[in-house]
Design a protein around this ligand. Structure first.
Ligand code: GLC
Length: 563
């Protein structure tokens, strides 16, 4: 039997920290709802969308960065960690948003970006002016170049978004000067966490937002921050360039980073001790193995870290089973719960990802995405839902080059990897862009919405009981009400190879048919909830369903593994 830490019954569930099995909705502020009619979403828009989110049934929201920023990476280039960019509102609007969210019992998480800041942050501007050897430069990684005249970058590291991870500055006297490190774009200089001033700055930033009432933080690139102190060449720079950020072992996942998460946990605990409200730290941790991932969520470090392997798994029963099994095994004993995610603002949306040649998602991709959602909501742990996921929004794959804003496109020229397609502003109502996203019908949203967005608008979704929206809502309601779907055991059940079936707690069965042909249902009777029509006794292809059976001794629910 696979077990996540403790608890089966509703009474125990009430006493557990709220985040352990919470469903958090990711708000990409820029694309959620635009209250001012400038074509860009804002905090007032988020506030007016709160009743919609309450109705959906989420426990909290994570707000993508809304801080003052030149927007080279849509806010992941922060120029002031404690302010609000005027494009998104102001601190007064932020306070109203937190107040309204809390009145609706919705937690608010901010996105904090500690690995790098904006090149327009005052610290970087001071560093440029202060010159080599200065204290201001030591808050970043400024070093002389290699080769004659220092013309070559200090090492062979690649930036995540293409090109070398180094840029050269021109010194005050006009001569070519030192190089600085940026693991993303040149407008995002990496901070030097070996300088204590950096840690002290972030202590203040955390306290500032905690004082303003937030319930926690999503931490950007949480396996970053520290680099190898000597900044040596990478043994395999081409591999670093081809694959994800966790690969260059000299630039990521350094042991010192764990001290920072211990420190941040202490700060959170300090606030919890004052008022009993548990604050949450959830990290974006991309590291090579589930075992290394688990190190980030030891009891005195981050509360949670996104588990991206589910998102990365191909539509295949055994791939999903391996990912789920590894996650539950490796999280056990850490003090955390698995944090499942199928979509976010950096990834191709599930409807398209699972849809193969069906990008608009009318068929296969949509059916699979619905099934994956029911699977995720039945797993032990927390789940994160990215805005538009509850509408079954497909990726917009055909945005013209001239509207693409993702720096990956600018830095690599590769359309294949761009992230604009999952960030197109949400459709709320009507038959033409801006589909209620912006106040006013003539407004052009910052990314163009295709005409077919009308089919996915929230007004249609709410009116159609077969919509994605109703599936998510019912799933969330049942999850909240059924004690089996809190924390506790997951037990795999015998099933054909193209099917995953498991029991949660006592008598809640979830099965997913990854194949295309129907199979016999693993439980008798009508399902409690299903992602598609389930004729009596069968589970059709690309479909998931939940059943409640009288007890675990149901003859259809035979356990096959005990790990
Ligand atoms: C994270 C964010 C991504 C951003 C990058 C750099 O991966 O999710 O959107 O571009 O960090 O901050």
């Amino acid at each position: 039997m696979l077990t996540a830490p403790a608890s089966n019954g509703p009474s125990q569930r009430l006493t557990l920290p709220w985040w352990r099995d919470a469903v958090i909705y990711q708000v990409y502020v820029r694309s959620f709802l635009d209250s001012t009619g400038d074509g860009i979403g804002d905090l007032a828009g988020v506030r007016s969308g709160l009743p919609y989110l309450k109705k959906l049934g989420v426990d909290g929201i994570w707000l993508s960065p809304f801080y003052p920023s030149p927007q080279h990476d849509h806010g992941y280039d922060v120029a002031d960690y404690t302010g609000v960019d005027p494009v998104y509102g102001d601190l007064g609007e932020f306070a109203l948003l937190v107040g309204d969210a809390h009145r609706l019992d919705i937690k608010v998480l901010l996105d904090i970006v500690p690995n790098h800041c904006s090149s327009e942050h005052p610290w970087f501007q001071q560093a440029l002016a202060a010159g080599p050897g200065s204290e201001a430069r030591s808050r970043f990684h400024f070093v002389p170049g290699r080769g004659p005249g220092g013309d070559l970058p200090p090492n062979n590291w690649h930036a995540m978004f293409g090109g070398p991870a180094w840029s050269r500055v021109t010194e005050a006297d006009g001569t070519p000067g030192e190089w600085y490190l940026h693991m993303f774009t040149p407008e995002q200089p990496d901070l030097n966490w070996r300088n204590p001033a950096v840690g002290a700055l972030f202590d203040q930033v955390l306290r500032c937002w905690l004082d303003r009432g937030v319930d926690g933080f999503r931490i950007d690139v949480a396996a970053g921050l520290f680099k190898h102190p000597e900044l040596p060449d990478s043994p395999d720079p081409e591999a670093d360039a081809r694959t994800r950020d966790s690969v260059n072992p000299l630039a990521w996942n350094q042991p010192e980073v764990h001290q920072v998460w211990r420190r941040w946990r202490e700060v959170c605990e300090e606030y919890t001790a004052l008022d009993g409200r548990e604050r949450l730290l959830v990290g974006e941790v991309s590291v090579p193995t589930a075992r290394e991932h688990a190190l980030y969520v030891r009891p005195d470090e981050l509360h949670q870290a996104f588990f991206f392997d589910l998102l990365g798994a191909a539509w295949d029963a055994s791939a999903f089973r391996t990912v789920i099994t590894d996650a539950l095994r490796d999280i056990a004993g850490t003090g955390s719960s698995v944090t499942w995610v199928l979509n976010n603002h950096d990834q191709v949306r599930t409807v398209t990802r699972y849809g193969e040649s069906d990008p608009k998602g009318s068929g296969l991709g949509a059916a699979r995405a619905r099934a994956a959602a029911l699977l995720m909501l039945a797993l032990p742990g927390a789940a994160y839902v990215y805005q538009g996921e509850e509408l079954g929004l497909p990726e917009v794959v055909d945005l013209p080059d001239e509207v693409l804003t993702d720096p990956i496109f600018r830095r690599t020229g590769s359309r294949a990897r761009v992230r604009d397609g999952c960030r197109v502003p949400l459709p709320w109502s009507g038959h033409a862009s801006p589909f209620g996203f912006s106040a006013g019908t003539q407004v052009k949203p910052w990314l163009p919405q295709p005409g077919w967005f009308a089919e996915h608008a929230t007004d249609r979704a709410l009116a159609d009981p077969r919509s994605f929206w109703h599936l998510y809502r019912e799933g969330l309601q049942l999850r909240r009400g059924l004690p089996q779907l809190g924390e506790g055991a997951l037990r795999w059940l015998e099933s054909p190879p193209q099917v995953l079936a498991f029991e949660r707690g006592d008598g809640l069965i979830c099965a997913v048919n990854f194949g295309t042909e129907p199979v016999p249902a693993p439980a008798a009777g009508a399902p409690l909830l299903s992602s598609g029509t389930c004729p009596a006794g069968t589970l059709p292809g690309s479909t998931a369903a939940w059943w409640v059976v009288a007890s675990a001794t149901n003859p259809h629910a035979r356990p096959i593994s005990s790990q």
